[in-house]
Every structure is written in C-alpha cells, then in structure tokens.
Design a protein around this ligand. Structure first.
Ligand code: MG
Length: 172
C-alpha cells in the first residue's frame, strides 16, 4: 500500500530539530570546517562555513543518514535495541564500523577532498566531534560523531572547490 510521500521540508526540519536535541549547532560544525580549510584559505570566514554546512544539510542522502544514525543512538540510550546490537552501539565498539560506513557513504558525492577530510576527522576528532566522542556519562553518540565528521568534511570540500572556482574567475 502506498502511503503519503514525505515532503523534503519536513525531513530537513526533522534533521535540524534532531541535531539541536543532540546538542549540535550549525556553528559547532562550521568551526570544524573553518579549522580544516583556513590553512589553505586564511581569509575564510565562519559565515562562509555556516553557509556551506547549510547547503550540505539540504542533501537528501545526508539528511537520511543523519536521521538513521541519531535514531539508533537515541534507541541505544533508551535501551531499546536488541542484543547484541544494544551493547555494540552503547559501547561504541571500535570494530563495529557501521557508524563510519553510514557516514562515509554520504561524503562520497563531494569527491576526494571530502573523503580524505572525513578520514582525518575520524582519526583526530576535532571540536564538537571530540566532545561527543568522550564516553563519560554523556549519552550515546556512536553514530552522531561520524555523521558530524561527514557533514563537516563535505562542507570543507564544497568550500575548497568553490574558492578555487572564484580564484580562477578572478585570474582567467
Ligand atoms: Mg562513531
């Protein structure tokens, strides 16, 4: 049976609400983007990074990954998953890997800079990612930390490509 189609504006609103509920702001993500790209573009402003994060959050694939990941984190926090998944997600078991795979899937559309930046963020845990990854009585953020890395990596790649385009327009 066909049910009514979900409107994209409802999906976007849900993503923004869930991020806020989980303690993540656009500025938190934009700060990671700034840290990743300012070595290459010293004049880069936080406003440009916020705009890029907003654009990335408009992509359906990213929105869906965020909704799936946060849902699993929240259910794990409430003890609602079945074993052994409940323990794997709650313990943020290093070899679990589905959190990284889900997040990595949504950076692929932004090319190699997004992929390498995602790898860097996964390893070095910058800004809000580090705060989420700290496992002390802080809720379950097994999926969320990787998803934030994914949004930040995609927004970083988007900025790198746009600024190069702008430079080339200035110096044809
Ligand atoms: Mg994780």
């Amino acid at each position: 049976m066909m049910s009514e189609r979900v409107h994209s504006k409802d999906v976007k609103a849900a993503v923004m609400r869930k991020l806020e509920e989980r303690g993540v702001s656009l500025v938190d993500i934009a700060e990671i983007v700034l840290a990743m790209q300012s070595p290459y573009y010293p004049n880069l402003q936080i406003e440009q990074c916020i705009e890029s994060v907003q654009k990335v959050l408009e992509k359906r694939e990213m929105q869906h990954a965020i909704l799936v990941g946060i849902e699993l984190d929240v259910m794990a926090e409430k003890g609602m998953l079945s074993e052994p998944l409940q323990s794997l997600v709650t313990q943020d078991e290093g070899l679990f890997g589905c959190d990284e795979t889900l997040a990595l899937g949504s950076v692929l559309g932004y090319g190699s800079i997004a992929v390498t930046t995602f790898g860097h963020l996964d390893k070095h845990k910058v800004g809000i990612i580090k705060r989420l990854d700290t496992k002390v009585g802080n809720g379950v953020h097994t999926f969320l930390d990787d998803l934030i890395a994914s949004v930040a990596a995609s927004a970083s790649s988007r900025i790198a490509h746009r600024l190069r385009d702008e430079e080339e327009r200035g110096n044809p």
